[in-house]
Ligand binder design. Structure first.
Ligand code: 5AD
Ligand code: SF4
Length: 434
C-alpha cells in the first residue's frame, strides 16, 4: 500500500510524522510524495489555533471528493484527532480511522482493521510507553538536523492552550535512551540534533535538562545541539550556564513571553511576571550578547487593553528579540480562557498584531545587521543551489543563510562550512563561502 503523510504544526508533530512513517514502512508500505499517488493518506494535524484546524477541514473536504473518484483510506492523527476523537467521524464521515497523539504505535493495527472493512476505527488512548519509541523504526525526513524526543506532554495550565489536552501530562524518556539514540544518529552521519518536548526545561528522565545537555554534548562527532520548547519558569541558572558555556549547545534560545503585561500574564496563568521573565534572561549574563533570542506573543487576549499592549511593545524593545512569532488570540474548545469576556473588535487585534510584527521586523533587521562582515560557521541544509544560485544553510543562531558558493562548486549536505556575511535583510543573511 502506498501512503502519504501530511503534517501541520510544530516540530513535535513533525517528528510524530517521522515515527508514523517508520511504522508504516516497517509493515512494508511505501511512502509517496503526493496525495494523488497514495492509497492511504494520513492527516497529522495541529489544533493550536482555529486557522490550523480550518486547514485540516479544508483538506478533509478535498479528500472526500478524491475518495468519490477512487479507493482511498483516510486517517487523522495529531492534536485535532486527540481533541475531537469520535466527533471527527460525525463531521467527516469519510474518515476511516482516528489515532490519538498518545497511541502512535497502534497505527498498524488501526490500518489493518480499516483494511478489513471495519468502519470508524479509533484509538485515542494514553499508552504509557508512547514516548519510548524504537529509534530504529523512525523514518526521518531528509534534513541535516535530527529530531529527538526527550519528553512528551505538559504540566502547565496556560488558560488559552489546548496542548495539555492534546498531549497529556508530562512523560520523560530516560537519559540513557536519549543518549543511545543520539549516538546512533551520529553513527549514521548526523552532526546536529534537536531535543524535543512541549517543555524540555522540566525534563526529569534521571537527570536535569542542564545535565542532559552536558551528557549529549559528550557524544563524539556531534557538533550542535538545539532544543525546543521552553517555559520561563523552568529556565534555571544551571541551564543558562550550560547554554552560554557549552560550545556544542547552539547559541539560540526560544523563550515564549506571550505578553508584556503582568495583568494579562496572570489571566493567562503563565506563572511569572515580566520582571521574573527578565530576571531569567539575566541568568545568561554577558553570554547573552553572543546568542539569538526568540519568543512568542499572543495579542488580543481577552481583556487586553491599549495599556497592556503598550507594555508588550515596551518589553519587545527592551529585550530586542532577534525574532518572534506572534498570533491573535484564538479561543480553543475546553480551555479556561473561554470563560473570559473576549469583546475586543478583530480590527483592533489585527492592528496590534501588525504593529508588533512591524517593530519585530525592524529588530530582526538590526539583529541581522550585526552579522555583516563576520565569518561564521553555517550548516548546509540543501542538496544543491536554488534557482537563484544560493545554497541554503543555517547558523548556530538559527539565522537562514543564503550562501554563494561559486559556479559548479558542490557543498556537502549537512556539513559545517565557514561563511562571510555580506548582506543582511529582515528575513535572511547573504553570505559567501570562505
Ligand atoms: N491562540 C493564539 N495563540 C496561541 N498559542 C498557543 N495557544 C494559542 C491560542 N489559543 C501560541 C503561543 C504559543 C505558540 C506555540 O502558539 O504563543 O507559544
Ligand atoms: Fe499544534 Fe501544539 Fe499540537 Fe504542536 S503540540 S501540533 S503546535 S497543537
Amino acid at each position: 500500500m502506498k501512503f502519504h503523510i501530511q503534517t501541520w504544526g510544530c516540530q513535535m508533530n513533525d517528528h510524530d510524522g517521522e515515527k508514523l512513517s517508520g511504522l508504516l514502512s516497517a509493515e512494508g508500505f511505501e511512502a509517496v510524495d503526493s496525495v494523488e499517488d497514495a492509497e492511504l493518506v494520513l492527516l497529522n494535524t495541529c489544533s493550536i489555533r482555529e486557522k490550523a484546524v480550518h486547514k485540516v477541514y479544508s483538506e478533509l473536504g478535498r479528500l472526500r471528493e478524491e475518495k468519490q473518484r477512487r479507493p482511498l483510506m483516510v486517517g487523522v492523527t495529531g492534536c485535532l484527532a486527540q481533541q475531537e476523537q469520535a466527533a471527527l467521524f460525525k463531521r467527516a464521515p469519510h474518515i476511516d480511522f482516528v489515532l490519538g497523539t498518545m497511541a502512535l504505535k497502534q497505527l498498524p493495527r488501526l490500518v489493518a482493521e480499516a483494511q478489513a472493512g471495519k468502519a470508524r476505527v479509533m484509538d485515542a488512548g494514553e499508552y504509557p510507553d508512547n514516548h519510548l519509541f524504537p529509534p530504529s523504526v523512525t523514518r526521518r525526513r531528509d534534513t541535516a538536523k535530527a529530531l529527538v524526543t526527550i519528553t512528551e506532554g505538559c504540566n502547565h495550565a496556560c488558560t488559552y492552550c489546548i496542548v495539555p489536552t492534546t498531549r497529556g501530562a508530562e512523560r520523560h524518556r530516560p537519559y540513557e535512551d536519549v543518549l543511545a539514540e543520539v549516538r546512533g544518529l551520529v553513527a549514521r552521519g548526523y552532526r546536529e540534533v534537536e531535543l524535543l518536548g512541549q517543555n524540555v526545561n522540566s525534563y526529569a528522565g534521571g537527570c536535569t535538562f542542564a545535565d542532559l545537555l552536558e551528557r549529549v554534548s559528550e557524544v563524539e562527532g556531534l557538533e550542535w545541539i538545539r532544543f525546543t520548547t521552553s517555559h520561563p519558569m523552568n529556565f534555571t541558572k544551571d541551564l543558562a550556564r550550560v547554554l552560554v558555556t557549552n560550545p556544542k549547545v547552539a547559541p539560540f534560545l526560544h523563550l515564549p513571553l506571550q505578553s508584556g503585561s503582568d495583568r494579562v500574564l496572570k489571566r493567562m496563568l503563565r506563572e511569572y511576571t515580566v520582571a521574573e521573565y527578565l530576571e531569567r534572561l539575566g541568568y545568561l549574563g554577558e553570554g547573552r550578547s553572543r546568542m539569538a533570542l526568540s519568543t512568542d506573543f499572543i495579542v488580543g487576549f481577552p481583556g487586553e487593553t491599549d495599556e497592556d499592549f503598550e507594555a508588550t511593545m515596551r518589553v519587545l524593545d527592551e529585550v530586542a528579540f532577534d525574532s518572534s512569532f506572534s498570533f491573535i488570540y484564538s479561543p480553543r474548545p475546553g480551555t479556561p480562557s473561554l470563560r473570559l469576556k473576549d469583546d475586543l473588535p478583530l480590527a483592533v487585534k489585527s492592528a496590534r498584531l501588525t504593529r508588533l510584527q512591524q517593530r519585530q521586523s525592524e529588530l530582526t533587521r538590526a539583529s541581522n545587521e550585526r552579522f555583516l562582515g563576520r565569518e561564521i560557521p553555517v550548516r548546509i541544509e540543501t542538496h544543491g543551489p536554488n534557482e537563484q544560485g544560493w545554497w541554503l544553510a543555517r547558523s548556530g543562531e538559527w539565522k537562514t543563510i543564503h550562501l554563494a558558493a561559486g559556479p559548479g562548486r558542490e557543498l556537502p549536505f549537512g556539513e559545517l562550512v565557514r561563511a562571510r556575511v555580506t548582506l543582511a535583510s529582515p528575513h535572511f543573511l547573504g553570505a559567501e563561502l570562505v
